[in-house]
Ligand binder design. Structure first.
Ligand SMILES: [Zn+2]
Ligand SMILES: [Zn+2]
Length: 138
């Protein structure tokens, strides 16, 4: 776990994340690919996240369990936040200085389209496995 600071492209939003897990996840689900145009590469940041310039952050409720936040001024994607736990997942590319980055997990592996694949050796979870996991966790 390491601390990291970042800001959106225009600088209106500044974020400090105290506990960033460098073992990042990739999500292939259709929501993530629609949101960003590609799979979502995310670091888990827990709840110790400080956001400055929150007036410039727009949150979109993308599902019953989470919302997605972005800068209203420049459109930079800032976070995916779980409602129940308050935990943040943030784009790995926001943090230029993270050490020890490693692709650890691919979510919704069965939703990955055939036009790309990664050669990284990772864990994977299918839609059915994720639904079963969250059903027992909630
Ligand atoms: Zn911005
Ligand atoms: Zn996703």
């Amino acid at each position: 776990m390491s601390q990291s600071e970042t800001n959106c492209l225009c600088g209106a939003v500044k974020i400090t994340a105290e506990d960033v897990n460098p073992k990042f996840t990739v999500c292939h689900c259709q929501s993530c690919r629609s949101w960003g145009g590609a799979p979502f590469f995310a670091v888990q940041c827990g709840t110790k996240v400080k956001i400055h310039g929150e007036d410039h952050v727009k949150q979109y409720e993308s599902s019953a369990w989470a919302s997605r936040g972005f800068c209203k001024e420049c459109g930079t994607h800032l976070f995916f936040k779980f409602k129940q736990s308050g935990e943040y997942n943030m784009p790995v590319g926001l943090f230029p200085n993270l050490a020890g980055l490693e692709m650890d997990m691919q979510y919704f592996s069965d939703a990955r389209p055939s036009y790309y694949c990664f050669k990284n050796e990772t864990k994977e979870m299918t839609t059915a496995e994720i639904m079963a996991h969250f059903a027992s966790a909630l």
